[in-house]
Design a protein around this ligand. Structure first.
Ligand SMILES: [Zn+2]
Length: 572
């Protein structure tokens, strides 16, 4: 058996499970095949030794079976379902939790077992799910890293007259008009056989959708939608966020797909929490900015291209004090977005429903983050130019000027903003636009690479037009911020700067990467690397390439196959 992870989206992955040369796409359904419930043709089956064909998963016969074990290593043992007649844990080829049926009653057990199954080299094995995989649960289960699901729960549902859909379970007997046009539902016959066929189809359709969604990097959104009909699923997601943030964050790309933040759970997405933690852990305001200006977000992103933000910026420029003003956007669910980070994922990639009303969690988040900002960054003057979020934010500010009076876009408010800045901020002595551009870039580099990032901006200058800006030292380009990516892409010279402090580096054996870098050649990878990060590829002190990480640092060190770094530049 061979398992290759082809695409990742958090802990979820789309891969290929190869058994006896037969390839199955994962997430996959593994069919139980008995006389009473024959599996369809051409699918992944679970078979005992006497029936095992090419490409099937082999299950060891239980003590009650008349089947004889020929001694071949089984993929599954009867214990995997928590049978008291099977002994111990068994997961040489497949990673299997034990006693899944008890997890259905206990969300804490469920999430703790995910964390256990995703540690060490078990991370690379296909993860097998028994009993739990109903169609409406498949999204959450795949989100937690399950790759293969048995058909047992589909059969049990058919036995109980349960008509399965991706959004929940319906009573087959009560549906007048079946909401599906699969061959079984279209046949106008209503029996257990048709119900089972429908349940199979529904699960297979959902798995196809999951593979597409993983490929698009949008599993979290789908999961937030799918969990609604089942409190067990909601509990599981909330506990994953509360108890296993670190595991999820490790697998969350730094540059992900755009998303809708439409549910309570969106507030605790790992990429959102990382944003807030990274601000608190890494952030420093641009040098020379003494005035904090708090402004509301806009639906259009990046914010600067919105009409409202164009007006704010016009007022700031007209005050003549723009270089001293640090604009910080107050927004849910991110909390705060400093202007110079507005391109960085997910600042320009989220959408929220706007009702003009902030709920208690959002208010508390805004209060906490604004308190952190003013205490840690030390401004000479704080100006609040806010709308809906004005009340919670102003309640935690001590000395500040409120220029919006609740309507930030009005002509009077904009004029008040301009005058306040002109009257209360001394005119800048030196610096000007170029030094501010560099200060903003330094702040962004620090946010992206930690302290190592600041080295990119020492004695550097900025060239180009926002949002595409180059970092140059003399005539040597170290990196470039691009509007698409929202972060700095390094050159080899830039990678040398980052690697000199040991950060964001992948240590390889003694060779020069040609094409992309595969995991097999990697010796070590810095712990702070996340999928999507720019990394230096080095042998000892010698930087040999630079590119974008395609796996977590843990996988880079464990894996024997798969693309680890997509190389942008390599030494010749
Ligand atoms: Zn159907």
């Amino acid at each position: 058996m061979r398992f290759e992870i082809l695409e990742r989206d958090g802990l979820a992955r789309a891969g290929e499970l190869e058994i006896d040369g037969v390839k199955h796409s994962t997430p996959a359904l593994a069919f139980i095949d008995t006389e009473r419930y024959p599996a369809p043709n051409g699918v992944l089956k679970i078979e005992p030794p006497s029936k095992k064909g090419k490409g099937d998963l082999l299950i060891e016969p239980s003590g009650f079976s008349t089947d004889h074990h020929d001694g071949t290593e089984a993929d599954l043992r009867p214990a995997f379902r928590g049978s008291p007649y099977g002994e111990g844990k068994y997961d040489e080829y497949l990673s299997c939790p034990i006693e899944t049926s008890s997890m259905l009653l206990d969300s804490k057990r469920f999430v703790d077992s995910v964390s256990e199954l995703k540690s060490g080299d078990r991370l690379l094995k296909p993860m097998y799910c028994s009993v739990m995989g109903l169609p409406h649960r498949l999204a959450l289960l795949a989100y937690c890293g399950y790759d293969v699901f048995d058909s047992m729960p589909l059969i049990m549902a058919a036995e109980h007259g349960n008509y399965l859909t991706s959004t929940g379970i319906l009573d087959y007997a009560r549906i007048k008009d079946l909401p599906c046009s699969c061959p079984a539902c279209a046949s106008e016959k209503r029996g257990k056989k048709e119900l089972l066929q429908h349940n199979y189809t529904e699960a297979l359709n959902e798995l196809r959708l999951l593979r597409h969604t993983i490929s698009e990097g949008r599993m979290r959104e789908l999961v937030e939608a799918r969990i609604r009909s089942d409190p067990w699923l909601v509990q599981n997601l909330r506990l994953m966020d509360l108890d296993h943030y670190d595991l999820q964050e490790l697998h969350t790309p730094v540059k992900g797909a755009p998303f809708q933040a439409g549910s309570k759970e969106s507030l605790s997405r790992p990429d959102i929490i990382r944003w807030r933690k990274r601000l608190e852990g890494r952030y420093k305001k641009p040098d020379g900015t003494g005035v904090l200006l708090l402004i509301p977000c806009s639906a259009r992103k990046p914010y600067s291209i919105s009409q409202s933000h164009k007006r704010f910026r016009q007022a700031i420029w007209q005050s003549g004090r723009a270089d001293a003003v640090h604009e910080v956007i107050v927004t849910s669910p991110l909390g705060l977005v400093p202007r110079e980070l507005e391109l960085f994922y997910p600042a320009k990639d989220y959408d929220i429903p706007v009702t003009g009303h902030w709920d208690r969690d959002e208010k508390r988040m805004a209060e906490e983050m604004v308190s952190w900002l003013v205490e840690s960054q030390r401004y000479d003057l704080v100006v609040s130019h806010l709308g809906d979020e004005r009340e919670p934010v102003n309640s935690v500010l001590k000395d500040f000027v409120d220029t919006s009076q609740g309507s930030p876009g009005s002509r009077e408010s904009l004029l008040r903003l301009e005058e306040t800045l002109r009257d209360q901020v001394p005119a800048a002595k030196s610096g000007g636009r170029h030094s501010r551009e560099l200060a903003d870039m330094r702040s962004l580099c620090r946010f992206q690479f930690g302290e190592a990032g600041e080295g990119l901006c020492d004695d550097a200058r900025i060239a180009g037009r926002w949002p595409n800006l180059k970092i140059l030292k003399g005539e040597t380009q170290l990196g470039m911020l691009t509007g698409d990516r929202g972060m700095v892409s390094l050159t080899i010279d830039g990678a040398k700067v980052i690697a000199s402090s040991g950060a964001y580096s992948v240590e390889i054996e003694d060779f020069i990467p040609k094409g992309n870098l595969f995991a097999v050649g990697i010796e070590r990878a810095s712990k702070e690397i996340r999928i999507g990060d720019d990394v230096a590829v080095a042998h000892g002190k010698d930087v040999r390439a630079v590119g974008v990480a395609q796996m977590t640092p843990v996988e880079m060190e464990l894996s024997e196959r798969g693309e680890a770094v997509r190389i942008r530049h390599a030494l010749h």
